[in-house]
Write a protein that binds this ligand. Structure first.
Ligand code: AMP
Length: 289
């Protein structure tokens, strides 16, 4: 695997791959990689001739009081995981390579960014959409792979790609979980030994809500309250939100019908954790995606 740090070098590599008629699959990450990231790389590997992964902790998507400085980093370990999973090129640019001067251009999707995580992280999705737009322009992949773990991010990126006619296919990859259901995340490292068992309440609350839907519950309010009660009564856990939203618009659902996402977020100690289950409901037919 090559590690490339400059846009110029990456473009030259991509140009040669393109000239050789190769398809390019791309995974954007912030590093400190785990099995969730590996699943994206494996999916890209299975579908593409060349797999490019980026590691870039993007300052633009962190709020002023968030964990940009503390965000965990381990390039050596990440390089090993990527090599093991068949990545061809790691693109690891510096902040000055990506932002040589303050940005004057931003990609903003206000209707999708002011909901769910956007309420506690008001500038986050503008930072995400802007950097992903830049990275897609730099890598120019045929397909880019994103984790369902960040369900709102998937909605934002799909909409940006459609609105701006970016020539890339977006694929979302299912959430990889720990044995007790906790969604794998680089930020799980913030959980103390005492806090860790309580973090499983997010996935348990989602699963109980999904089971209630399978059993016939069709009121979004009932489902929302079920999830909120389960999470807010768990010791040491502070609920951020529990919602049922339409998958692509992220509008709150009134009834349980169509393509929906059950989505929750909570604070546990230093960590803010998110999780979701996408579901498709047509009358009595329910599919957990
Ligand atoms: P991050 O490094 O947190 O920015 O994540 C990079 C990509 O990996 C994003 O598309 C995430 O949604 C995805 N990802 C992170 N954790 C998981 C997980 N547990 N399962 C599936 N995808 C994940």
């Amino acid at each position: 695997m090559y590690t490339i740090e400059t846009i110029r070098e990456l473009r030259s590599y991509i140009k040669s791959a393109r000239q050789a008629g190769k398809s390019i699959g791309y995974v954007a990450t912030m590093g400190y990689l785990h099995e969730g990231h590996a699943s994206l790389v494996q999916t890209a590997r299975a579908e593409s001739d060349v797999v490019v992964v980026s590691i870039f902790v993007n300052p633009l998507q962190f709020g002023p009081n968030e964990d940009y400085e503390d965000y965990p980093r381990d390039l050596k370990k990440d390089q090993q995981l990527l090599t093991d999973h068949g990545c061809d090129v790691l693109f690891a640019p510096s902040v000055t390579e990506m932002y040589p001067r303050p940005m004057a251009t931003f990609v903003d999707l206000p209707q999708l960014s002011d909901k769910l995580c956007g309420l506690t992280r008001p500038t986050h999705f503008r930072g995400v959409a802007t950097v992903v737009c830049k990275l897609l322009n730099i890598v120019q992949p045929d397909t880019a792979y994103f984790g369902q773990k960040d369900g709102q991010q998937v909605a934002v990126i799909r909409r940006m790609v459609n609105d701006l006619n970016l020539p890339v296919r977006i694929v979302s990859v299912p959430i990889v979980r720990e044995a007790d259901g906790l969604a794998k995340s680089s930020r799980n490292i913030y959980l103390t030994l005492e806090e860790r068992p309580h973090a499983a309440i997010l996935s348990r609350a989602l699963k109980a809500a999904a089971d209630a839907i399978v059993d016939g519950e069709r009121s979004a309010l009932v489902i929302t309250e079920m999830m909120a009660d389960a999470i807010s009564t768990e010791p040491g856990v502070r609920l951020d939100y529990a919602e049922v939203v339409e998958t692509s618009t992220l509008q709150k659902a009134q009834t349980i019908e169509g393509n929906l996402m059950l989505a929750v977020a909570a604070f546990i100690g230093k960590a803010r954790l998110i999780d979701n289950i996408p579901i498709q409901v047509e009358g009595t037919h329910v599919e957990l995606l």
